[in-house]
Ligand binder design. Structure first.
Ligand code: 2HA
Ligand code: ZN
Length: 273
């Protein structure tokens, strides 16, 4: 019998976005992972207030105190996005960060002894960083979008240069990601080190590109985090499409500033001349 939480809107929206990401070709095999802080309402209404703990899973690190008691819907390590919408209780889990910050209390899913994503370091550290900036932040989304990965191999790994080049690719880019994209050089994934580096970039940017790997997006909702990534991915696609040609019509820094002004936004300070 299906668990009641599978009826919750937050849960259904989560499965839908993961299915969409797979269909876009961003999440081959077990690529990608998404963590979503569930609302009190969902926990009360569909998880019996979180009273029933299925098992405890140790964390490979100590979580930031701001994460204590947070209830997180998260993909499992080695699970294929393609299967998530059909077999959610095998592929995803809902857990609470224990008071000791050293383990999680499983409330739903991770059937057959499954476990949270190998990128748990980056997810928990990015949540902590974003929550300190914006208490409404709820989503950390990691995926492998084709054009962004290609772009990371031909572009400088410089936050300002990459951000401005993508802002120029489509008028609304600066409106969607005025705080720009942070870029990490190639690093080994699934480590404490890349988690720390990603969270550091997330102090200033809600998008962080992992060179030759993928991207992280953060936001107060699934739609926000997904929307950031899909816009950056489209800009990267346009960049690659126009790259072989001599450009005759280019958005200047003044043009980008004018768009930002129209939408009452401040582009990342110092990025435009
Ligand atoms: O395998 O995307 O970064 C899941 C990943 C690791
Ligand atoms: Zn990845």
């Amino acid at each position: 019998m299906a668990h009641p939480v599978e009826e919750a809107r937050e849960f259904r929206d989560y499965l839908a976005i993961i299915g969409r990401m797979y269909d876009l070709g961003w999440d081959e095999r077990n690529g990608g992972n998404v963590s979503y802080l569930l609302s009190e309402e969902t926990i009360e209404k569909y998880l019996d207030g979180g009273k029933k703990i299925i098992r405890r899973i140790p964390l490979p690190m100590e979580a930031d105190p701001i994460m204590k008691g947070r209830v997180i819907l998260c993909t499992g390590t080695g699970k294929f996005f393609r299967n998530v919408p059909r077999y959610p209780s095998e592929c995803v889990g809902i857990f609470r960060i224990a008071d000791n910050l050293k383990e999680v209390e499983l409330l739903y899913g991770f059937d057959n002894n499954a476990c949270f994503t190998s990128e748990i370091y980056a997810h928990l550290m990015c949540h902590a960083t974003r929550l300190k900036k914006d208490p409404e932040n709820r989503v950390i989304l990691h995926t492998h979008p084709t054009n962004l990965i290609a772009l990371s191999q031909i572009h400088s790994a410089d936050d300002r240069e990459l951000t401005v080049d993508l802002w120029r690719m489509m008028t609304e880019c600066v409106v969607v990601f005025p705080d720009g994209i942070g870029v990490l050089p190639w690093m080994v994934c699934g480590t404490d080190e890349i988690g720390r580096a990603t969270a550091k970039k997330m102090e200033e940017h809600r998008l962080v590109l992992w060179s030759i790997h993928g991207i992280y997006g953060a936001g107060p909702s699934l739609d926000d985090a997904f929307g950031l990534v899909e816009t950056a991915e489209k800009a990267a696609e346009i960049y690659l499409k126009v790259l072989p040609y001599k450009l005759k019509n280019i958005m200047t820094d003044e043009d980008i500033k004018a768009v930002a002004k129209r939408f009452d936004l401040t582009p990342f300070p110092g990025y435009l001349s």
